[in-house]
Design a protein around this ligand. Structure first.
Ligand code: GDP
Ligand code: MG
Length: 440
């Protein structure tokens, strides 16, 4: 085992680091890919520069080159930027009140189709939506919504002869409340281009019904242009979420990235066809892959990363068995939390350790404090916490902005952790199980 182990140790020690120079080609390729996906030029620049800043100096994994690793970093960052877990769902009130959803966007962006798709989806979820035909500009618009509404079995509210969409919307809201309809979806008119009349009209509708969701529908094929339009709607009306229609076209979907980084609103759904169930929740990973179009490089790096994780875990196992796991190792673990799964997971692999180390010991709220404490310790202290007398503890507390009792708590916990590790990691049966688990 130990021969194998030292080999692994050598591999694990990353040699090269990411520099501006060794990712130059990759940066160019990514720029081209993003522009090709129709991401706004300014967004591309800002995004790439930000990512470079973050990536420079990072250790390069074994088995991939710096450029490949950079692609993965770009991908991760894109996923993070595109997603907004908390706000990605529709903000719906309970079924005993009426949630108001206002749809807006340019003509042809897909508002009417999307309104009906949403209604169908919500109906399937057990809701009782009411669609409102408040596009009074195009003569055929009301009929279009009525046809779609009928096809999905959702009633459509219209007000014959009324020319003011805000009045239609208001009347519809009263009707919805009377009929105990819990969701009102208001389809409005769009123009070919932004103009004041359109904005005035939508503002008036908004003020009349005070929507809970103001959804901006954007044609994902309009790419860059979508950004300027969205900004205008955000300023004049306020956007709570975005729906990108026509994602089934051959667009790579750069509009998603542009919209997220410029307007910052969550993308809630994508439209993927003309049929009524062609609407899907927005999945950042999928869209990021599509925009970047370098899926094979991303998965290559992911593979390399998980290999490292295993080696890292194995190295820790070895340290535990030899009882040389020190505070520096613990700090490394804390820093690695995201990459290799939490300490909790590591401890769960140790039979019997689970109950010995309580949930509180691995409370994430404490991690930051623990990191600060260890960082304030000297290397000698990290290697041997037994030398931490009262004076050292006081110094470390002051240096880390914590209290002596915080320091005491960490050391006590670490001691307990080491005891557990020692007890179980020395066990031969356990070691065999560990190695098997790691596929060795
Ligand atoms: P509105 O003017 O904003 O109300 O747009 P419409 O809802 O009338 O849609 C304009 C056109 O785009 C129609 O032909 C729709 O069928 C089509 N459309 C809307 N959403 C999608 C989509 O997600 N995919 C495809 N392929 N077509 C769509
Ligand atoms: Mg329409």
């Amino acid at each position: 085992i130990s021969d194998k182990f030292s080999g692994i140790m050598r591999t694990f020690a990353g040699k090269s680091k990411i520099t501006e120079k060794n990712i130059q080609d990759a940066v160019e390729e990514i720029k081209v890919a993003l522009l090709d996906a129709d991401v706004n030029l300014r967004v591309v620049r800002r995004f790439i520069n930000g990512t470079m800043e973050e990536a420079l100096g990072e250790k390069v994994l074994k088995a991939v080159d710096p450029g490949q690793q950079f692609v993965k970093i770009v991908y991760d960052r894109m996923v993070a930027l595109l997603g907004d877990e908390e706000n990605q769902k529709l903000l719906l009130k309970g079924p005993d009140t009426t949630t108001v959803i206002l749809m807006m966007g340019l003509q042809g962006s897909g508002k009417t189709t999307t309104s009906a798709k949403l209604a169908a989806r919500l109906k399937r979820e057990g809701r009782r939506p009411l669609l409102v035909a408040a596009d009074l500009v195009r003569p055929a618009a009301i009929l279009q919504l009525q046809v779609l509404g009928e096809s999905v079995g959702v009633p459509v509210f219209t007000l014959e002869g009324e020319k003011d969409p805000s009045k239609v919307a208001k009347a519809a809201l009263s009707q919805a409340r009377k009929d105990q309809r819990d969701i009102l979806i208001v389809d409005t008119s769009g123009r070919m281009h932004l103009d004041q009349t359109l904005m005035d009209e939508i503002q008036k509708v908004r003020d009349a019904i005070k929507p809970d969701e103001t959804l901006f529908v954007a044609d994902s094929m309009t790419g860059q242009n979508a950004v300027a339009i969205a900004q205008e709607f955000e300023q004049k009306v306020g956007i709570s979420g975005v729906i990108l229609s026509k994602f089934d076209s051959d667009t790579r979907g750069g509009a998603a990235l542009s919209l997220r980084s410029v307007v910052g609103k969550p993308i809630k759904f994508i439209g993927v066809g003309e049929k009524m169930d062609d609407i899907e929740p927005f999945y950042p990973e999928r869209i990021a892959s599509r925009i970047l179009g370098m899926g094979d490089i991303v998965s290559l790096v992911e593979k390399a990363q998980s290999a490292i994780d295993e080696k890292d875990a194995l190295r820790m196992q070895e340290k535990m068995a030899k009882n040389t796991f020190d505070l520096q190792d613990y700090l490394d673990q804390l820093n690695n939390m995201d990459k290799m799964g939490s300490m909790e997971q590591l401890l769960e692999m140790i039979p019997g350790a689970k109950g010995q180390i309580s949930e509180d010991d691995i409370d994430k709220a404490e991690i930051r404090r623990e990191k600060a404490i260890i960082l304030s310790m000297t290397y000698a202290e990290r290697a041997n916490y037994h030398i931490m007398g009262p004076t050292r503890r006081k110094r470390v507390a002051a240096g880390s902005g914590t209290t002596v009792s915080d320091v005491n708590r960490l050391l006590k916990k670490f001691e307990k952790m080491r005891l557990t590790m020692k007890k179980f990691a020395k066990n031969k049966k356990y070691q065999a199980a560990m190695l098997k688990q790691m596929g060795m």
